[in-house]
Design a protein around this ligand. Sequence first.
Ligand code: HGY
Ligand code: MN
Ligand code: MN
Length: 417
Amino acid sequence: MKARGDRLSAAGMLTELAAIGEDPQGGITRFLYDPAWRQAQQAVARMMREAGLAVSIDAVGNVYGKLEGTDREAPSIVTGSHIDTVKCGGRYDGALGIAAGIAALAKLKRSSGQPRRTLEVVSFCEEEGSRFPLAYWGSGNVTGCKLFDGSLDAVDAQGISLREAMAGAGYKPAAHRASRRTNIAAFVELHIEQGEVLEREQRQIGIVDAIYGQRRYFVDIAGRSGHAGTTPMPLRADALAAAANMIVWLRKAALEAGDGLVATVGKLEVSPGIPNVIPGNVRYSLDIRHRDEAVIEAFCAEAFQTFAAMAEKHRVTVQQTCWLSEPPSPPMDAGLKERLARICEASGYSHMPIGSGAGHDAGLFARTCRTAMIFVPSRDGISHSPLEYTAPEDIERGADVLTKLLYQLAYELAERV
Ligand code: HGY
Ligand code: MN
Ligand code: MN
C-alpha cells in the first residue's frame, strides 16, 4: 500500500489517473460522461477528500476541492485543469493541473493551515472537444463564456446526444448553466507545454503570455457514388478526390503562410467506403490556429474560396460548418506573470515567456478574472499521444511554482488580488 504522502504527490496521483481509461494502443481515452470519465472523476473526488478538502460536484460534473478561507466573503483563488482526454492521448494533458493542484492545497493546508482567501482546485469535466462537436463544456459553463445554445442536441460518433450522455451520467442537462461561478478572483493553471520550445531553449518553466485563437470545422463534400470499373474518369463526381486536393492545398498554404499558422485535418470519413465504389460523400475535420484572429479569418476565407473552385472542377458540392471558434485569449495577468518570474528566480528555476498554440481552460478564465498559466516541458514536444512525457523533476518544479503562487494569493496577498 503506497504511503499516503506518496499517493498524494502530483506524480502519485498522475500514475493513478493514468490507469483510468487506458486504451489498447497504450494511450488514454476518457471522453465526457463515459465510464472512464466517471471513474476518473470519482478518483479525483477521493484524492481531494484524502487531501482534507471539502468536495463538491457541480451541475455539469466539474469536481471541486475546497480549502475554506477565514474571509468567507472574498472570492476564491482557483487552480485546476481538465480530466477528459483526446482519443489515445497522454497521461499529463489536463491531469497534471488537477494532480498538482490537489497536492498544492494538501501541502498548504499542512504547512500553513487555513488561508485567508478560499482556495479551490477543480477538475473540469471537458475541454478537448473529443466526443461531441463542442469544447470547454466545463470551464465554458463555469465562466459563462459559452452559452452552448443548442449544444445538448449535439451527437457523438455513436449518435448519442450530449443530453442523453449527461442524463446517463446522472446530471440534469437543462440545468447545465447552474455551474456558473461569479466568485472567482483568480485562476491559475499548470499544464504541460505540449510543444518543444522549453526543451529547445533549455528552460524549466514557461510563463504563458496568451493562448492562440482556433477554429474547428466540419467540411462536407457531396459527389456521386458510382461503379469503380465502369465510370470513365472525366465523368466522375468523386468526393474523395476533391477532398484530397483540398487537403494538399491546405498544407501547402499553411507552410507558405508561416508565422506560426497551423492547419490540421485530423479526421476523414469516406462514404460508402467500399473499394469498388467511387466515394459519394466525404466529411473531414479542419483545425486552424494562429495568435491573431484576423490571420485565421483571412486564411479561412482564402481556403473556402479555393475549395469552392475545386468543388466545381470535381462536379461536387462543398460546405463548411464551424463548430468551435475560440478567439485568442486576452493577455494573461501581468501582475501574476511578474510574481511567477520572481518565484522562479527565488527558486533557482530557469523560465521564459511563452505563447500557447494549444487551447486551455485558462483562455476562458482570462476573459473573466486575473489568470495565469504555468508550463512545464514536454519531451520532444510530443502531446496528444501515448508518447507524451514530462520528467518527474519537471512535474515537481511546476507543482512547486504553483504552490508558491497560490500561497502568495491566498495567504499573503489575500487583500490585493
Ligand atoms: O487542442 C487543444 O488545443 C487542446 O488540447 N484542447
Ligand atoms: Mn489537449
Ligand atoms: Mn489540455
